[in-house]
Design a protein around this ligand. Structure first.
Ligand code: ZN
Length: 151
């Protein structure tokens, strides 16, 4: 990755950690799920308002490292207004991006701002911090109540 891009990505992550977007309990939520990453101690609760197969609103609360907080913040922005099946595909893409295991090259256009986490693949211990909120999101979409854990 070129150094300028790396710096830009770093700045976006730090900004979302400092001022997380959609950081609140969603009153109108009809789905929610918790996630826990014991490796780092990150905890997150995802709230969703899903109507007619579309994620109308998404929010989160919790505490964790900069990567997990920024990931949750950017995730809530990325999924709002999207159909559930699209959200699942986005998670697959994101997972491929941060693990470097994607069968296809990361689609920068489809990932949008989520591309800022592409550097995470160089730090395998951080992958779970970045994906925790997505695992919780998946649990919420499935309507399951148990805590999503990265282990
Ligand atoms: Zn973490």
């Amino acid at each position: 990755m070129n150094p300028e891009l790396r710096e830009l990505y770093q700045a976006v992550i730090l900004d979302h950690n400092k001022k997380p977007r959609n950081f609140r309990v969603l009153e109108e939520a009809n789905r929610s799920a918790e996630g826990f990453n014991p490796l780092c101690g990150d905890r997150v609760t995802v709230y969703l308002d899903v109507e007619d197969g579309v994620v109308r609103k998404a929010s989160f609360q919790g505490s964790g490292c900069a990567i997990s907080t920024a990931s949750a913040s950017l995730m809530t922005q990325a999924v709002e207004g999207r159909p559930v099946d699209e959200v699942r595909r986005l998670f697959e893409r994101f997972h491929g991006l941060v693990t470097g295991s994607g069968r296809e090259a990361p689609d920068a256009e489809a990932l949008g701002k989520l591309a800022v986490f592409s550097g995470v693949r160089e730090f395998p211990a951080r992958v779970k911090c970045a994906t925790l909120v997505w695992h919780a999101l998946e649990k919420a979409l499935e309507g399951k109540q148990e805590v999503a854990t990265t282990e």
